[in-house]
Design a binder for this molecule. Structure first.
Ligand SMILES: Nc1nc2c(ncn2[C@@H]2O[C@H](COP(=O)(O)OP(=O)(O)OP(=O)(O)O)[C@@H](O)[C@H]2O)c(=O)[nH]1
Ligand SMILES: [Mg+2]
Length: 481
């Protein structure tokens, strides 16, 4: 940064107050004063991108910003950055790896506390250091296996020992990778939101519940059974996580209305994708048969009437098979219209629904025999009674299932990571199979599998470098000695 009219080049990374002048025009006429600004000078490589960088903190008015940009645009070699170009430059200059770039993007877009924490961890390199640690392990196992290919035949004992060492290393690592793969999609859920589907028979109050939780009339409520047809989705924050709450068409076995049939198909698709199935029933008529908490059984008739054709597949979502349900989804039961139970003649006055189950008064409540009582909530969308305890329990359940507070943070936060890790685990398994063939083990094929596995890890962080592999080989072995 050349010294300006105001004096010397500022000290690196120290804010200085400067007058910002427009550059001279073509005739060499002195430019006018634009603003008084704070300027920061970040000489390479200690800047975000790794290049020489100047930051100008101007006053925020549109006129000042426009005059500043116009003046900068007249300097040779300067242009506006593309979206994400600074980060891209930082990546290209080795300042960040891909998972950190992704973490930064997530941090910028974070809406909830858990998202912020997860993004910050990954921007700081949490994923990178774990993956890089694993990759180094693999590179060293690879170096050992490759050395055996070259020198092993002269020393059988050494061969067997070294191979055993590599196999043990790989086996431990594969277990770790598989542990991460079976994490229930925690990291992705934190980023993308917990999908909660409101399901149940027509008129149970599903749309009323959605509106109550969204605190706005997002879905139409009416006493006509079969009001909702399209999936109505709202976004909430519960337990520090984003929640995608969907209201769906009521499920009933038979309906002649082709639009309602299509609505039911959409319900089936939504139920399949959900991590939490929130079943809503009228508290005066709790479900008693297993089929009543089973979208496939409930929707089968309508699906048949609608014809399980291309349209059905589309409604259910890609790769869906009719008759398949989200078996891993958590099921909760909301027994709505609690106010009706207080009406004379229906049931004798039940106690507050928040008490512990099993008390004498709670016995007056109708419960469903299909689910544990901890998973059932009595409430009224009309009076609001019981809604807060239900909401607290739902938040707690979501936070404990997907939040990271009490446990190790999720390593996988994107489908991309999962895909590479899956391929890495497959390659490690193939290595173990080759290596398990004893004396006749095809070491070259085995080594290739480790190389594939290491590359898959490298693809996650965006760093695959053959030079490094050579480094490891030369460091661990004195080839040519
Ligand atoms: N008494 C009482 N009525 C309720 C309560 N919640 C909803 N209702 C009424 O029940 C009727 C149906 O409510 P909706 O929310 O439209 O029910 P739904 O389950 O979405 O119905 P579909 O969209 O047809 O599947 C409406 O007349 C609501 O006013 C409640 O807690 N108590
Ligand atoms: Mg509805």
């Amino acid at each position: 940064m050349a010294p300006g009219r105001n004096g010397e080049t500022p000290e690196p990374r120290k804010a200085v107050l400067r007058k910002l002048w427009a550059p001279e025009d073509d005739e060499g006429k002195r430019g006018g004063l634009i603003d008084e600004v704070l300027a920061l000078w970040f000489p390479a490589p200690n800047s975000f991108t790794g290049e020489d960088t100047v930051e100008l903190h101007t006053h925020g008015s549109r006129a000042v910003v426009a005059a500043t940009l116009e003046a900068l645009g007249r300097l040779e070699g300067l242009r506006m950055a593309e979206p994400g170009e600074f980060t891209r430059q930082a990546f290209a200059n080795g300042r960040m790896e891909l998972t950190q770039v992704e973490g930064l993007a997530d941090l910028i877009n974070a809406d909830t506390e858990e998202q912020r924490k997860q993004a910050l961890r990954n921007m700081g390199g949490a994923q990178r250091s774990k993956l890089e640690g694993w990759r180094q392990e693999l590179l060293s196992a690879l170096a050992h296996t490759e050395a055996l290919i070259d020198f092993g035949e002269d020393a059988d004992d050494v061969t067997a020992d070294a191979l055993r060492g590599a196999v043990t290393k790989v086996r431990v690592l594969r277990r770790e990778v598989e542990n991460q793969l079976s994490d229930g999609g925690r990291g992705e859920v934190v980023r993308e939101g917990v999908r909660v589907a409101i399901l149940g028979p027509p008129n149970a109050g599903k749309s009323s519940l959605l509106n109550m939780l969204a605190q706005r009339p997002a879905a139409i409520v009416s006493p006509i059974a079969g009001t909702t047809r399209d999936v109505v989705q709202v976004t909430l924050q519960l337990g520090g996580l984003p929640v995608l709450l969907s209201d769906t068409a009521g499920l009933r076995e038979s309906t002649d209305d082709p639009i309602e049939q299509q609505g039911i198909l959409r319900t089936l698709g939504e139920a399949r994708r959900a991590q939490v199935q929130l079943w809503v029933y009228d508290a005066t008529d709790p479900p008693t048969r297993a089929a009543q908490l089973d979208t496939v059984a409930l929707g089968a008739g309508a699906a048949r009437s609608a014809g399980v054709d291309g349209a059905a597949d589309e409604a259910l979502g890609e790769g869906a098979v009719l008759g398949e349900d989200a078996s891993s989804a958590v099921q909760l039961l909301v027994l709505n219209k609690l106010d009706l139970l207080h009406s004379p003649g229906l049931l004798h006055s039940p106690a507050e629904p928040t008490g512990t189950s099993g008390s004498a008064e709670m016995g007056a409540f109708p419960w469903s025999p299909l689910l544990a009582r901890e998973r059932q909530y009595h409430l009224s969308c009309t009076t609001g009674e019981g809604v807060q305890p239900f909401l607290d329990a739902l938040s707690q359940m979501i936070a404990s299932k997907y939040g990271a507070s009490d446990r190790e943070a999720a390593l996988i936060t994107r489908a991309r990571h999962r895909e590479h890790l899956r391929r890495c685990a497959d390659a490690l398994e193939a290595f173990e199979q080759y290596a398990g063939l004893g004396d006749s083990a095809p070491l070259d094929l085995a080594a290739e599998e480790i190389r594939i596995a290491a590359n898959e890890l490298g693809k996650i962080t965006g760093r695959i470098d053959v030079e490094e592999l050579l480094d490891v080989i030369f460091r661990d072995f004195c080839i040519g000695k």
